[in-house]
Design a protein around this ligand. Structure first.
Ligand code: 3PY
Ligand code: MG
Length: 253
């Protein structure tokens, strides 16, 4: 397990975002120069079987695997860790109660109520014995609570203070919908930048990791200045499209 160690280096990490339900594509993303790959089961088309098979494909490429679960699926959060994912991103964590429920599923006692059974994780993280896995897990596997509504922002300090929550992950699209009271969706809205900066600063002050989804790659250096240390770079179709544009541009002169 290494995501925690990479984050402790205090530099901006960039994660690929795998939405296509394909182990080959997830493994292919891991072989690109990303720091890590996130498998998306909220809006991505991954099923449990493609997501769980992707862990090995990502890990053999030497990268840590992260899973985003669908809303409220804390059962899947524990299961993701059992399959060898090193972190879970939970969407729509809108209250301290939501954060506490997520943390309970992610951490072994006494911090939480995660149930024992990381047999698949141990096949992937072969540097661990069951005992060493148990001792390391609460610290090494990471719970990211998505902050993407006004309600979550209002409860931010409580969410950040929740034991077992290791970091927050800003969803700028949903945040823009909530911030505008449903008037529209605009993840790059300039008016949101102060809010995003404040979330990053408060997370750092609380000693928690700050992560964010970057629709626009050019925003990543700005997020790094705000204290964010993990950014998702668009999605696999977006990367395919951008790559095709560059290659076709060269081919057509
Ligand atoms: C959002 O921007 O709302 C997200 O959830 C990013 O995936
Ligand atoms: Mg969202």
């Amino acid at each position: 397990m290494q995501l925690r160690d990479l984050l402790d280096q205090d530099r901006m990490l960039i994660t690929a975002w795998s939405t296509s339900p394909s182990v080959e594509i997830a493994g292919g993303l891991a072989r690109c120069p990303f720091d890590t790959v996130t498998v998306d089961m909220q809006h991505g088309a991954h099923t449990e079987s493609t997501a769980f098979a992707s862990v090995r494909a990502i890990t053999v490429a030497g990268k840590p695997a992260i899973l985003r679960i669908p809303v409220g699926r804390t059962d899947l959060a524990s299961r993701a860790l059992d399959m060898g994912f090193e972190a879970v991103i939970a969407p729509m964590i809108n209250s301290v109660a939501d954060a506490a429920e997520f943390a309970r599923a992610m951490k072994y006692p006494p911090l939480g109520e995660r149930s024992w059974g990381p047999m698949k994780a141990l096949q992937i993280h072969t540097d661990h014995t069951p005992e060493s896995y148990f001792r390391a897990a609460n610290q090494q596997t990471l719970a990211f609570a998505m902050i993407e509504t006004r309600a979550a922002f209002a409860d931010l300090d409580g969410i950040l203070a929740t034991d077992g929550i290791d970091g927050i992950f800003v969803g700028p699209s949903d945040l823009s919908i909530s911030w505008s009271n449903g008037a529209g969706v605009d993840p790059n809205n300039e008016e949101l930048q102060d809010v995003i900066a404040e979330i990053g600063a408060r997370a750092r002050k609380a000693g928690k990791f700050a992560a964010i989804f970057a629709v626009d790659p050019a925003a990543v250096p700005r997020f790094a200045k705000m204290g964010y240390r993990l950014a998702a770079l668009n999605t696999d179709p977006g990367i395919l499209h951008a790559g095709a544009e560059v290659m076709l541009g060269k081919a057509r002169g």
